[in-house]
Design a protein around this ligand. Structure first.
Ligand code: SF4
Length: 283
């Protein structure tokens, strides 16, 4: 099988920094906790857990030690709670996510109602919401009908949304009543580069694989985009999840990976796929 890998895929700088920081913190300290999964990738989470990282859902359960803030960030309330308990903080929030948090706060201070285009349940968005008092999160046109937008709007976006979705939502917001709108592009360039490379590649291949955790927003977005251009697109965590019947009759496959997918998951998948011969298997 001929296998082509997207020009840009896999770990982004924000995730790489978070993992390096986690590994360094585990080397230097014994009692290290991550509030939620450090990244949305089970393989990597398991590796770090074996190295001693404990993942917790709530700060209440942490009695002592160091708390690692993941690349998606934490809310101001969570950071205050951690400090009040006297716990040490190692902040691995991605610089681009920090920028969005700062922008949300500034917009609010300037009198804008902050409108975040994104998924209200995603940890990055939850953290950004905590930085503004007057704030709404909208995922779709329908969400716009459920909220009162106000007169002065400051529109930003979850870093991993696609530029097309950002543009469509801005157009939908523009059709609503307001007197002033300020739009700040908070999309992550790394994510956009991965999306562009994935779409380009999926158009050239018979079958397209998007590797990454099922909870990873940027991986799901990559899969969604590729599926639009190539219906033979599969979102998998790793090689073990591949149902080989989808390879039948295919000669060329494309592979991309989300920003939180480790390099070894991608290389193992590519290696196995290159040496796979569909005709030799009973499908
Ligand atoms: S995808 Fe972009 S915003 Fe998210 S962690 Fe990576 S570099 Fe930062």
């Amino acid at each position: 099988m001929k296998v082509l890998v997207a020009e840009k895929c896999g770990f982004c700088p924000g995730v790489r920094t978070a993992i390096n920081l986690a590994q360094k913190t585990l080397e230097d300290h014994d009692d290290v906790h991550s509030l939620g999964h450090i990244i949305h990738n089970e393989d990597m989470v398991n590796q770090l857990s074996e190295a001693g990282l404990s993942t917790v859902d709530s700060i209440e359960t942490i009695k002592s030690g160091t708390v690692l803030i993941r690349s998606h960030g934490a809310t101001l309330a969570e950071l205050d709670q951690i400090r009040e308990k006297g716990l040490k903080i190692v902040d691995a929030t991605c610089v681009l996510v920090k920028r969005v948090q700062k922008i949300a706060r500034q917009l609010n201070e300037e009198g804008y109602k902050v409108v975040i285009i994104g998924d209200k349940n995603h940890p990055e968005v939850k953290a950004v919401v905590g930085f503004a008092e007057d704030v709404e999160v909208v995922a779709s046109d329908e969400d716009l009908d459920k909220i009162i937008l106000g007169k002065k709007l400051g529109v930003i976006c979850q870093t991993t949304q696609s530029p097309d979705h950002f543009a469509n939502m801005i157009a939908a917001i523009a059709r609503k009543g307001f007197s002033e709108i300020k739009i700040i592009n908070t999309l992550c360039r790394e994510t956009m580069a991965r999306q562009t490379a994935a779409v380009k590649l999926c158009r050239q291949v018979g079958v397209m694989f998007v590797l990454g955790g099922s909870h990873s927003a940027n991986t799901r977005k990559l899969a969604e985009l590729c599926k639009k251009h190539n219906p033979q697109t599969y979102h998998l965590q790793n090689w073990a999840e591949l149902d080989k019947s989808c390879l039948f009759g295919k000669t060329t496959a494309g592979v991309t990976a989300g920003a939180s997918t480790p390099d070894d998951v991608v290389s193992e998948f590519v290696r196995n796929l290159e040496s796979y011969e569909p005709a030799s298997e009973k499908l």
